[in-house]
Design a protein around this ligand. Structure first.
Ligand code: FAD
Length: 458
């Protein structure tokens, strides 16, 4: 048993934790980073990166099937899942090596093992105590299930889905949120029959309703089935199949069922409650500077209530490091965090929905505009449908950008600058967008909202 002292001790080496470690080290602090599994956490090993690699393989499968439409003679034979997985693992391994090298080069002490909060400023790992002037808790999240729904056999979570060595013939996806629609998209492109079950009235219920409806149209066209506004009741499994029974009596049978009903905070068993940390149903509560009720103890990432996204975790980690170093960073505006769902077609949004903007500013003070990608040359070349919806304060800045269409995720960069820098449509309309790009559609939408449409009817 040994005692070690650092300026900053961080529990969890995922997006939130390692960002706090890197920024603290840059700012001259001594840092210990406790990680029980692998640096990079969910995002790198079981989340963002592996799923996006699968989605890229899925896009290639679709492109091959549709090659003839573009005058290319090619035929789609099958998906070699072990090879897809090798490609995916190659990406993850490379990024993991890069991250490990980066952390090591910064003189950060990585402590392998499970840590526990054992004092107001102490984390204990394998009997050794690591005391920090400041602590950062960033222990991440886990795939939730529903009461009575056991994850076993043919009922799996995204962790299992990423390890599959085969393409299932049919899948039930329980939950039409981000993770559910992304896996539905992957499996459909790989040739599976997919049925999504969502208890709320729409897929991606956290997006603008027009976006949800557009995704539903696109999924219908792709042959992805979905049952909306009906709740799951129970599950039955046999040797060869799984059946979801819904509250209206409908039965859906498939080879596998993915449970994608959200992620819960991973906060049990680490001494949080014993040390008097203020929590709500497992979430760690913080003030807007991400400090918990325990002085000098901060929390970052998925354990803090809010959108569970890697880049939010990064930003929070950086914020905490700067706050600890006395740099007084500006509080992160949660509404300004960009969100991308990487299904086909992609969805990207930032800022307020029209409904939320009306709630905040009054209906008469909000206007919106939808620019259809039918008028955008590059979208036609790619063969994608979709639109960009802008929400603005009347005579004021753009407060929300909502997009759907192939590759629109790549447009979120400009959209988030517009919203976060509180640009007026007139400001954006005056900037030149390159032709022919999909990005041009953002320029066109702002031209129209500024009252001078070019390739659009106002
Ligand atoms: C399938 C899937 C797809 C996703 N896709 C995206 C995406 O495209 N874009 C996006 O922005 N987000 C995506 N996410 C979400 C993203 O992965 C998370 O928001 C992000 O990883 C949260 O970072 P974190 O640091 O809070 O937690 P995590 O990344 O979960 O890291 C927590 C770390 O803490 C470690 N740990 C936990 N407890 C202890 C302990 N007691 N002692 C030591 N170590 C401990 C864990 O091993 C882990 O490494 C996806 C998630 C999933 C599941």
């Amino acid at each position: 048993m040994a005692d070690h002292s650092f300026d900053v001790v961080i529990l969890g080496g995922g997006s939130g934790g390692y960002a706090a470690a890197l920024r603290s080290a840059q700012l001259g602090k001594t840092v210990a980073l406790v990680e029980k599994d692998k640096l990079g956490g969910t995002c790198l090993h079981r989340g963002c990166i592996p799923t996006k690699a699968l989605l890229h393989s899925a896009e290639i499968a679709d492109n091959t099937r549709e090659a003839e439409n573009f005058g290319i003679n090619a035929s789609f034979h099958s998906v070699d899942m072990p090879k897809v997985n090798t490609y995916r693992d190659g990406i993850v391994d490379k990024l993991f090596k890069g991250l490990t090298g980066l952390v090591n080069s910064k003189d950060i002490t990585v402590v392998p093992g499970e840590g526990r909060l054992t004092g107001p400023k102490t984390i204990t790992v394998n009997g050794d105590n690591y005391t920090g002037t400041n602590l950062v808790l960033a222990t991440g999240s886990y795939s939730k299930s529903l009461p009575g729904l056991e994850i076993s056999g043919r009922v799996i979570t995204s962790d299992h889905a990423l390890k599959l060595e085969f393409v299932p013939k049919s899948v039930i996806v329980l939950g039409g949120g981000v993770i559910g629609v992304e896996f539905a998209s992957i499996w459909r492109s790989f040739g599976a029959e997919v049925t999504i079950i969502e208890g709320l009235p729409h897929l991606v219920p956290n997006e603008e309703e027009v976006i949800s409806k557009a995704l539903e149209r696109a999924y219908r066209k792709r042959g992805i089935d979905f049952k909306l506004g009906v709740r799951f009741s129970s599950v039955e499994q046999t040797e060869s199949s799984v059946t979801a029974v819904l509250e209206d009596g409908t039965r859906v049978e498939a080879e596998l069922m993915l449970v994608a009903v959200g992620r819960g905070p991973n906060t049990v068993g680490f001494g949080y409650e014993e040390q008097g940390l203020q929590m709500d149903r497992g979430w760690v509560l913080t003030n807007d500077r991400l400090e918990t009720n325990l002085p000098g103890v901060y929390a970052a990432g998925d354990i803090v209530p809010g959108v569970q996204l890697a880049h939010r975790g990064f930003q929070q980690g950086i914020f905490i490091a700067e706050d600890i170093a006395g740099l007084k960073p500006a509080v992160i505006d949660e509404d300004g965090i960009p969100k991308v769902t990487y299904c086909e077609p992609e969805i990207a949004s930032v800022g307020l929905s029209e409904a939320k903007a009306k709630e905040k500013y009054g209906a008469e003070n909000v206007s919106s505009y939808e620019y259809n990608l039918a008028g955008n040359g590059k979208s036609q070349i790619l063969g994608t449908a979709g639109f960009i919806k802008l929400v603005r304060k009347v005579d004021g800045p753009v407060v929300g950008v909502h997009m759907i269409g192939s590759r629109v995720g790549e447009q979120i960069g400009e959209a988030q600058l517009i919203v976060n820098w509180e640009a007026y449509p007139e400001d954006v309309a005056a900037l030149v967008h390159a032709h022919p790009t999909m990005n041009e559609a953002i320029g066109e939408a702002h031209l129209a909202l500024a009252g001078k449409p070019l390739h659009a009817h106002a």
